[in-house]
Every structure is written in structure tokens, then in C-alpha cells.
Design a protein around this ligand. Structure first.
Ligand code: IVH
Length: 673
């Protein structure tokens, strides 16, 4: 193709693709099929490959990702990214209106108007555009500084890579830097697809967690595959001082952003209460999750004058919808068997609509919980969904109890293998003691071994593991590495290609380090942090197997119970057998030579992470501490040197404070690194 022709064609394709992107994502009325869309994109990529100098930074081809980073650079926000004060009470919303009204009056203003917007349940980010081009995108971080995640944000179709102001800038806005803030989220449909492709134990609990996890990935191509969306609710550009929030939302739409469109100007408390009431049910019909309503003073010229507390502006408030309840009937209780033999009762419910989905099952945790609730089969029960977590049974409606309810019998035998159950003294749970033969326990152990934080074996999901176990092909994780192409191809829904993929994934997993392997073995009470400590104290499986209770109990984080559990584990004949197979398969049964320390800033410190960190995942944070001479433990004691507390830190933080252990936040942690 001639160069000039190629330039024209690329230009045409870009416009065409951008138009379809907009129709699909922003206006939700696609006019071509996905296949036709992909063809346009492929054609553009082919031209750009032939003429690389024709690639523009805002070409839709730049959304497919590919950049792989090691750590995100930290950026300082131009203005702090504040949060909002939250309330569950309409009365407090009225108080807010009155308070703002008074402040506005004192400033000489009129009765205030508010913009009511939906509160999107995702992750806040800031986008910075310079001369119309997306310059960088960052997470909120601690409000002052966040992570530069531009490469990840570029992959989101509803993040415009460039912005123009059709018909010239509106409302006095000038060219130059423009900052847009909003929420990255996952549509319910995209979330379901993502989870469907993961083994059950690796599923994300809700779209918000999935979004937060995805934004932290260092591989932008994987981010692109996961399909996230962006909705804009805040605009700051030069010269826009005279505009209102309503005008800014229109401006954002004119620039190509999605706002969701469901906002309304409200004059006074009544109209606000009307908006909140209207959306309390209607929000479930949206393709994404919302958890409340945000109210903002419309006159933005007053924002600066009203100012902010240390955490949130005085000109806005978030109303959150309360947890939702529904009434239904308990049809039956079934019993699930976990990988350690624990029996978990699960409620089978008369299907009932709750918060936009149909609920028919819910865990009852253990038999004490059943007793505490006074639950009987046939009972009318209240179920509750708070946030977007899986619903739980919260109470029996005793007034509506019929004469024909049945007691919930604790099963005497394992529902999977028929072995009589046991309940160790002082424990709330019943167990199936048939560790070696119970198919449910075998399946659970294999799935745990393959899970993401363990050996991370892709393509090994529930259904496949169930087949492998029931056909006797795999009894423990060691057998996985003996599977052959022919055996796999003989399974249901398994073609040559998926068989090969699984074998590749297994081969790849052989190189996982020794610490991960120890975690993957699934020893009771040995979580990731304990496994890391064990790997350090006992640098080979042989060493660990020979360790006595005293040696183990001297390891940070390990008390007598855990020590006995480890010793007991290695005495089982099936464990010895499994370890032999893993060894033969060439897995890493010992630690590598100690790594060179980056510095000694954490020397001798045992560190605990609690709550969510904004800028590091747990594994990375732990690695950083190890590389600096420290160790990471999981339970707080007087011996703990340091607690790093993130958002929503819970009981560990309380305990640390009680014991007088030093507690720091993420910023200080970073400074210590
Ligand atoms: S405005 C300074 N508008 O909710 C005010 N926030 O609980 C900036 N959120 O941190 C926020 N929908 O992540 C605003 N329509 C909306 C929102 C919204 C969701 C999030 C945002 C904020 C959090 C506060």
C-alpha cells in the first residue's frame, strides 16, 4: 500500500473504531457485531505494523496492552484526592443540606442546589490530559500520592486516549491541563465472565475487588483482557471556574467520557430524598454496581470556599443504601466436605430475588451457627446481602414457623465417603477423618495446590479435578505431574489443545519456589506467611520433615499447635508418597541460596501486614521486607516488631495497639524501604 493511502486508511479506521467504541460503551447501542469490530481493529493494526511511524499515541491499537512493569512509579496528585463522608441516614443527608445552606448563606449565596449522582462501586482514579492527550492516570493511593497506572488505564475502552472539545471549549474552559476523576469498575457481565474462567477458590468476591486486583497487575495485556470500564464524575480544567457541577458533567460527556447519565439537579431535601428513593430499587437494573447516591453542591465556585476536613470536602456527601433483606424458606441443609475434612452445612433456600439476583444457597458456617439461629428445615428465614457479599441467613422468622418443621440432624457419616464423622473436643466443626480416601478431600487438596497463591496452575478447575479424581487418574497433587496427553484427551470436554495447555501449565509450575510449594502442600494452619517462615528456617523438605517440635516452635509465627500439625502431616504415609512423586517430578524441594539483601532496614524485625495496602499486593510487600533482612509473620504477639496497617485493618491492628507493638501506615512503610 502506498504511504499516503495508508495514512488516510488508518485515519478513517481510527475514527470508525472510536465511533463504534463510543456507541458500544458510552451509548450502549452497538451497530456492528463484535466480529466486525475486531476486523476493523485488526486491519488498523496491520497497517500500523507496515508503517510504524503512522501510529499515533491515541490510536485504538494502543489499548491492547503489552507493557509489563515491575513496580508502579509513584506520582503526587495536583490536588489531594479526597474521599467523601458517608452516611446511611436520610436525616443526616438533610443535616448536610441545612449545614451547606447556612454556609452558602453566610457567603452571600442563594438557596443551594445539589446534583444527585449515583455512587459507583469501583476504584477511584485520576486522569491527566495535556494538550488533549492522555498524559497519565493514577490511583488515589493515600490521597496525596498514588500509583502511576497509565499503561493499565489506557486499555480501558471508556478512557479516552485523547479529548477534543467539539465546537470549542465550553463554559470558559481553556486548552491546557485537564484533570478528570472518576471510578474504574467492572460491569456485572464482564465480572461474571472473568470469574467463570477461574477456579472457584480464586474467584473474586465482587466486581470491586476484581477491579482493584486488576488495576494492580503489572501486565497490561492481561488488564486489557479483563474488560473494565470508566465513569467520570469530576472535571477540573483551566478557566472552568464559573461553571457548575451540572455543566461539568455535560462537558465531560461532550469530551467523550461516560458519566452514566443518571444524575439530577435537586433543589432541597425533598427532591434529594425523592432521587434516593427512586434509585434504591432501580439501581439493580443497571449493568454495573452502585452502592449509594453522591450529593454535590452544584455551584462549584463555592467549593473552595467551603473547603474540606482532612478527609472529605464539605460540599459533598455520600448516602449509602442499607443492606438488603429478603424472606424465604429453608428447604434443606446439605453438607460440604472441605480439603481438611471439615463439614460445612449449606442452606438450600426457596429461590428468592434479592438485590437484583436470585438467591438459592447460602453457607451456614457450622453447627453452632445453626443452633444459635435456632434453625429448622421448613423455617421462614431472613437473608441479608450487605455490600455485594454472598447473602447469609441472619434470623428465623419464628412468628411464621409452621407446625411441620424438621430438626437439622448432624450427619453421622461423611456425605462423600460414608466414614463416621468426628468432632474434636472444643471445636465447633465436625470432620471426616478419612483423609486418604475421601474424594472430596482429595479434590480440595488438588485445587488448593493448583490455586493462584500456591502453584498457580492455570486451566485446572473444579470440573476437571472432579473427573481426574473420580476416574482414579489423580489421588494427590503428586499424580498431576504423571498425567499424559492421551489420558487427558480421554476426558470429557477435553480436546488435544486443552490437554496440551494443561500439561504446559503443569510443566511451568515446576519452577515455583520452595516457599510456595510448602504452602501448596496444604498443611493445616500453614498459610502463606507461615510457609515463607518455614522455608527460611528449614531450607529443604527433608530438613522440615526431620524438624522436632522445639525447632519448629522457635520459628517466628509458629506455636505448639502449628508445630504439631506440621509434624503430624509428615508422618502420614500418603504424604510421604506424594512428596516422593513431587520430588521425582523435579519440583523445587529446597530453598535457593539466600538472596543478596537490598539493605538491612528491616533486619531482625518481624513484620505483620493487616488491612489493604493501596500500592503493593501482599506478596510483593512481603518480598520487599525479606530483601531487607526482615521476616513476615501472620499473628500478632509481643515478639512482633512492626505492624503495617492498611485500609480497613481489623483485629490484628487492635491487638497490636493493645500489646504496644509499633504500628505504621503505608507511607511510612515505603519510607522505611
Ligand atoms: S465525588 C472529592 N462522585 O465514592 C469528591 N465519588 O465514598 C470526589 N464515588 O472516593 C468523589 N461514585 O471513589 C464522587 N458520583 C461519584 C462517585 C464517587 C463513586 C466514589 C469515589 C469516592 C468514594 C467516596
Amino acid at each position: 500500500m502506498e504511504r499516503s493511502k495508508a495514512r488516510e486508511e488508518a485515519e478513517r479506521l481510527r475514527n470508525e473504531i472510536n465511533r463504534h467504541n463510543r456507541l458500544y460503551y458510552v451509548e450502549a447501542r452497538p451497530v456492528i457485531s463484535d466480529v466486525a469490530f475486531d476486523r476493523l481493529l485488526e486491519r488498523l493494526i496491520a497497517i500500523e505494523r507496515e508503517f510504524p511511524d503512522l501510529v499515533t499515541p491515541d490510536s485504538p491499537s494502543q489499548r491492547v496492552g503489552g507493557e509489563v512493569t515491575k513496580v508502579f512509579p509513584v506520582v503526587t496528585h495536583r490536588e489531594p484526592m479526597l474521599s467523601l463522608s458517608n452516611t446511611y441516614s436520610i436525616d443526616e443527608v438533610s443535616d448536610f443540606c441545612r449545614r451547606v445552606g447556612k454556609l452558602v448563606e453566610a457567603e452571600g449565596g442563594r438557596t443551594p442546589e445539589f446534583v444527585a449522582e449515583l455512587k459507583f462501586d469501583g476504584v477511584a482514579v485520576s486522569l491527566l490530559y495535556r494538550d488533549g492527550m492522555l498524559l497519565r492516570g493514577a490511583t488515589r493511593g493515600d490521597g496525596t500520592r498514588g500509583d502511576d497506572i497509565t499503561a493499565n488505564l489506557r486499555t480501558i475502552p471508556t478512557v479516552p486516549l485523547s479529548i477534543t472539545l467539539p465546537g470549542g471549549p465550553l463554559f470558559g474552559m481553556q486548552e491546557g491541563d485537564v484533570e478528570v476523576r472518576g471510578e474504574v469498575f467492572m460491569r456485572k457481565e464482564d465480572f461474571a465472565k472473568l470469574n467463570d474462567a477461574r477456579p472457584e477458590e480464586d474467584c473474586f468476591a465482587n466486581p470491586r475487588n476484581a477491579t482493584a486486583g486488576t488495576l494492580k497487575l503489572q501486565d497490561s495485556a492481561e488488564v486489557a483482557r479483563r474488560r473494565m470500564s470508566f465513569v467520570a464524575y469530576f472535571l477540573k480544567g483551566e478557566g472552568d471556574g464559573g461553571s457548575s457541577q451540572l455543566q461539568r458533567l455535560c462537558q465531560l460527556e461532550a469530551m467523550g467520557f461516560m458519566t452514566g447519565g443518571n444524575y439530577r439537579l435537586c433543589r432541597g431535601e425533598e427532591e434529594i430524598a425523592g432521587f434516593i428513593g427512586e434509585w434504591s430499587e432501580k439501581r439493580w437494573t443497571l449493568p454495573y454496581e452502585t452502592d449509594g447516591v453522591v450529593l454535590k453542591l452544584n455551584d462549584t465556585s463555592l467549593w473552595d470556599r467551603l473547603g474540606a476536613t482532612s478527609k472529605s470536602p464539605r460540599w459533598a456527601i455520600a448516602y449509602k443504601y442499607p443492606a438488603l433483606q429478603a424472606k424465604t424458606t429453608l428447604r434443606d441443609v446439605v453438607f460440604q466436605v472441605g480439603r481438611l475434612g471439615t463439614i460445612t452445612p449449606v442452606a438450600e433456600l426457596e429461590p428468592v430475588r434479592l438485590a437484583g439476583s436470585t438467591v438459592s444457597r447460602s453457607t451456614l458456617h457450622n453447627f453452632d451457627e445453626i443452633e444459635r439461629l435456632g434453625l429448622r428445615i421448613g423455617d421462614r428465614v431472613m437473608i441479608e446481602k450487605s455490600g455485594e457479599v454472598i447473602p447469609k441467613v441472619v434470623a428465623v422468622v419464628t412468628d411464621e414457623r409452621s407446625a411441620s418443621t424438621d430438626a437439622i440432624e448432624v450427619p453421622e457419616q461423611c456425605p462423600e465417603c460414608g466414614t463416621p464423622l468426628v468432632r474434636p473436643e472444643g471445636e465447633v466443626s465436625y470432620y471426616c477423618p478419612n483423609e486418604e480416601g475421601c474424594p472430596a478431600q482429595k479434590r480440595g487438596r488438588i485445587l488448593h495446590f493448583a490455586s493462584r497463591n500456591a502453584m498457580d496452575i492455570q486451566n485446572l478447575g473444579d470440573a476437571l479435578v472432579a473427573q481426574l479424581v473420580s476416574q482414579g487418574l489423580v489421588g494427590d497433587p503428586g499424580d498431576l505431574y504423571r498425567l499424559g496427553q492421551d489420558q487427558l484427551e480421554g476426558l470429557e470436554r477435553m480436546g488435544a489443545k486443552s490437554a496440551r495447555n494443561l500439561l504446559d501449565a503443569l510443566a511451568e509450575s515446576r519452577s515455583r519456589d520452595y516457599g510456595r510449594l510448602l504452602y501448596a502442600l496444604g498443611i493445616r494452619h500453614v498459610g502463606q506467611a507461615t510457609a515463607r517462615e518455614l522455608a527460611r528456617a528449614c531450607p529443604s523438605v527433608e530438613h522440615l520433615r526431620a524438624a522436632g517440635e522445639d525447632e519448629l516452635a522457635a520459628v517466628p509465627d509458629i506455636g505448639p499447635v502449628v508445630a504439631r500439625s506440621i509434624i503430624g502431616f509428615f508422618t502420614r504415609p500418603w504424604v510421604r508418597d506424594m512428596l516422593r512423586k513431587l520430588h521425582e517430578a523435579g519440583l523445587r524441594m529446597q530453598a535457593d541460596a539466600p538472596t543478596q539483601l537490598v539493605n538491612r532496614n528491616f533486619e531482625g524485625l518481624s513484620v505483620i501486614f493487616t488491612g489493604g495496602l493501596e500500592r503493593y499486593d501482599r506478596q510483593t510487600a512481603a518480598q520487599l521486607v525479606l530483601e531487607r533482612g526482615g521476616r513476615v509473620v501472620s499473628s500478632v504477639s509481643k515478639k512482633t516488631g512492626l505492624v503495617v496497617a492498611g485500609s480497613e485493618a481489623g483485629s490484628k491492628l487492635d491487638k497490636a495497639l493493645k500489646l504496644g507493638v509499633r504500628v505504621i501506615g503505608e507511607d511510612e512503610f515505603e519510607a522505611m524501604l
